[in-house]
Design a protein around this ligand. Structure first.
Ligand SMILES: [Zn+2]
Length: 330
């Protein structure tokens, strides 16, 4: 486990006394804890007045029982390290991949975590002794990125997550938008190539097959997690096939941006997720494709797509931050 909490421990002890001190308890009520359960690590943050003041991490583990136990252990450890009783904290929120049953906090089909069905909200709440809100991880990241960028309260964004899959978190006029069945923003499963390869969803030619981490690995097979690095090497060496695959990948991202703006007319599309952080020139390349398309269409040119694509602030755990802010009144 990392040890980034020592400075924060001091900061929280500034009040000068133990966690049960009334002043400290009052301060704890204003704190929010956010937890991001990812494929490889769980990240936990403490947020005070919208600012991350403590952070810790732990490997996720695999399967419902292990993920639950590790999440509870990490939350308890962080609270103990800063001298807080978890029961005093104002709010705890969790972002996790999978289909979330809104209201109950039940998680289904979190395939990468080995979770088929887990009553995460109630079970984690029982372990921590505090109510817990559960949200889809991409939605949580969208909320966190919205906040981290310091946008106007009534701004609208789409957070395009380039992870193993491809999906967008939508914050419309400052409020997370889940849709009527919780599937808003699942643009990875829009078919874009008729009779294309079979997708895990049962359709053919889905955008995710060309634009996500798994799509990249499909188009440019390499050791796990190495597809983008290997592709870059081949592009740098002038490999024609690699250049074509790279172009397909960037065009897929640009298509997603265009679809999100045409559907929702959001102020910005924020490109996040694991793939974006390992590709420094991504923003310029996506903007380049959008600029090419705009040169051929006065309609697209009017939409000013290149200037509406942005990256989230670097170094901020946006998904954990967003999880901490779940349910916060606007
Ligand atoms: Zn699909």
């Amino acid at each position: 486990m990392s040890a980034v909490h020592s400075a924060v421990t001091r900061r929280l002890d500034d009040g000068g006394s133990a966690a049960r001190d009334p002043l400290t308890v009052a301060r704890a009520r204003a704190l929010r804890m956010g937890i991001d359960i990812g494929g490889s690590k769980i990240e936990v943050v403490l947020v005070e007045h919208g600012r991350v003041i403590a952070l810790d991490r732990l490997p996720t583990g695999y399967g419902a029982r292990q993920v639950l136990a590790n999440t509870a252990a990490l939350a308890s450890t962080l609270a103990a390290n800063v001298g807080l009783d978890l029961a005093d904290i104002g709010a705890v929120g969790v972002g996790i991949p999978g289909a979330i049953e809104s209201g109950t906090g039940r998680v289904r089909h979190a395939v990468n975590l080995g979770i088929d069905d887990l009553a995460l909200g109630s079970e984690l709440s029982a372990l921590l002794g505090v109510p817990v809100r559960i949200e889809n991880d991409v939605n949580a990241a969208g909320l966190g990125a919205f906040h981290a960028l310091g946008l106007a309260r009534n701004a609208s964004i789409a957070y395009l997550n380039l992870g193993t899959g491809l999906a967008a978190g939508l914050v419309l006029q400052g409020t997370l938008w889940r849709g009527s069945r919780g599937t808003a923003g699942e643009i990875g499963h829009m078919p874009v190539v008729q009779d294309g390869p079979l997708c895990a969803c049962g359709q053919r030619g889905c955008l995710e097959l060309y634009t996500s981490g798994s799509g990249l690995a499909r188009m440019w097979p390499a050791a796990p997690g190495q597809a983008l690095a290997e592709l870059h090497k081949a592009v740098a060496a002038g490999d024609r096939a690699a250049i074509d695959v790279h172009r397909t990948w960037i065009e897929g991202i640009a298509s997603a941006v265009r679809a999100l703006v045409l559907t929702l007319d959001v102020d910005s599309v924020i490109i996040g997720g694991g793939l974006s952080t390992h590709h420094p020139s991504l923003l310029d390349e996506v903007r380049g494709v959008l600029t090419e398309w705009s040169a051929r269409s006065s309609f697209l040119k009017m939409l000013d797509l290149p200037s509406r694509v942005v990256l989230p602030p670097t170094g901020l755990p946006v998904a954990a931050l967003g999880a901490a802010l779940l349910g916060e009144p606007r």
